[in-house]
Design a protein around this ligand. Structure first.
Ligand SMILES: NC(=O)c1ccc[n+]([C@@H]2O[C@H](COP(=O)([O-])OP(=O)(O)OC[C@H]3O[C@@H](n4cnc5c(N)ncnc54)[C@H](OP(=O)(O)O)[C@@H]3O)[C@@H](O)[C@H]2O)c1
Length: 383
């Protein structure tokens, strides 16, 4: 009798209820998997389209509920989200990407998206304890220029002032949260650098772009070229942010920082710095492409030009390798890669604040990239 009782799976009481906005995106997917695997969490995942790579269609765990909702539609958002009355923690890892970054339209649209969600939730989710907002390291710089040619790299900490004049939707979202939560609900903001993860729903998808490019190079026996500026090739210019680290940091802040903390900002970056030059060969080898010593770096190579006529090649690779059906554009954004490798400003941060508060997760960026190549293979997004 006693043995029988010991063998029975114990029902674990739900302690926290998450609403993940952007559950199919780079960080949303990881957050969902991490929280679902803990039976003390119940998870609502919100996006416009389901992605069954979060949880297989026939094995949806009982503590996960996908809510299909277009957050830009206020009536639909009100109808579907006002039902989620048991939410204790919100994770905002989404954004509206229709308009150009740093435009008034982009700010207005992102503000509307978050307002719609808050309107539907604030009065209904009475147990709401924390809202965790994801923005990015672009908080500290404007891509509109002017660009000073500063010799020494500057490392931004969380107290660095906002950039003026700028129309950055990150500022608008922080201000909106502060106003709407009004000191009654704790919140934190997380600022990743270049996100390294796996998704087919992401506009600025570095891993998708890199992997599709490398796969096509291998298929056509073309060299794996870094097309960008010498400065971006040889110098430390950007921080990598592994999606696992960013998800862990969201959970850490949401569950540890304390209710009386309102609007704590945290850089969410891997830690050790890197240059593309020192890791490029390892990336090429992992993707089975060739990076020769000479000819790997080119200032004249533009991904958007070189890849413009490769859609059919990708279709062929997908069919031959039996991959999940994707168009090249679902994974790769060539214009983004062109801008990233020619970025006129360095966007680098410090980790002192999270380190000081005891958040210890760190990755080497080359290891993050190699890990996520394996994940994309496991998900059958690339061969
Ligand atoms: N990507 C990067 O490298 C990077 C780097 C630093 C900072 N950030 C910042 O991180 C934040 C999140 O960006 P991300 O790139 O991580 O996200 P992402 O991977 O592009 O994911 C966006 C998520 O939001 C959902 N979504 C988009 N529009 C929606 C709508 N109208 N209604 C409901 N759901 C919607 C998408 O799914 P559906 O399309 O199916 O709705 C998807 O699940 C942004 O503030 C971004 O600027 C990103």
């Amino acid at each position: 009798m006693a043995a029988e009782e010991t063998n029975k799976p114990e029902a674990v009481a739900i302690e926290n209820v998450a609403a993940i906005f952007g559950v199919t995106g780079l960080v949303g997917k990881v957050l969902a998997r991490k929280l679902i695997s803990n039976p003390k969490w119940k998870v609502y995942g919100i996006a416009r389209n389901h992605d069954h790579q979060i949880t297989p269609i026939d094995q949806t765990p009982s503590n996960f509920h996908f809510i299909q909702c277009d957050l830009l539609n206020p009536l639909q958002t009100q109808k579907r989200l006002s039902l989620l009355q048991d939410v204790t923690h919100v994770f905002w890892v989404t954004w509206a990407s229709q308009y150009q970054l740093d435009s008034v339209d982009c700010s207005d649209q992102n503000k509307a998206m978050m307002s719609n969600a808050l309107d539907a939730m604030i009065l209904n989710a009475m147990a709401l304890r924390h809202v965790s907002l994801q923005t990015g390291m672009k908080h500290y710089v404007s891509l509109q220029g002017p660009f000073d040619d500063i010799k020494e790299a500057r490392y931004y900490n969380e107290e660095c002032p906002r950039v003026n004049p700028s129309c950055n939707f990150y500022y608008v979202l922080e201000d909106l949260l502060k106003e709407r939560l009004n000191g009654k609900v704790g919140w934190s903001v997380h600022r990743p650098g270049l996100l390294i993860g796996s998704s087919s729903r992401t506009l600025y998808n570095f891993m998708g772009s890199l992997c599709v490019y490398g796969t096509i190079c291998k298929h056509l026996n073309h060299p794996f070229v870094f097309g960008g500026t010498k400065k971006c090739w040889e110098e430390t210019c950007i921080d990598g942010s592994d999606a696992r680290l960013v998800a862990d940091q969201h959970i850490w802040a949401a569950t540890n920082v304390g209710l009386d903390d309102h609007g704590h900002a945290f850089n969410a970056i891997n830690g050790p710095s890197f240059t593309w030059k020192e890791i490029w060969k390892a990336l090429a080898e992992k993707l089975g492409a060739q990076a020769s010593e000479e000819g790997t770096f080119s200032e004249d190579f533009w991904y958007s030009k070189a890849m413009a006529d490769k859609k059919q090649v990708w279709k062929q690779i997908v069919a031959e390798a039996g991959l999940v059906q994707t168009e090249m554009d679902n994974l790769a954004n060539w214009a983004f890669l062109d801008v990233l490798f020619r970025c006129p400003v360095k966007i680098l941060g410090t980790r002192d604040k999270v380190d000081g508060l005891g958040f210890t997760v760190r990755y080497k960026t080359v290891d993050s990239i190699l890990y996520w190549i394996d994940c994309m293979r496991d998900e059958k997004l690339i061969p």
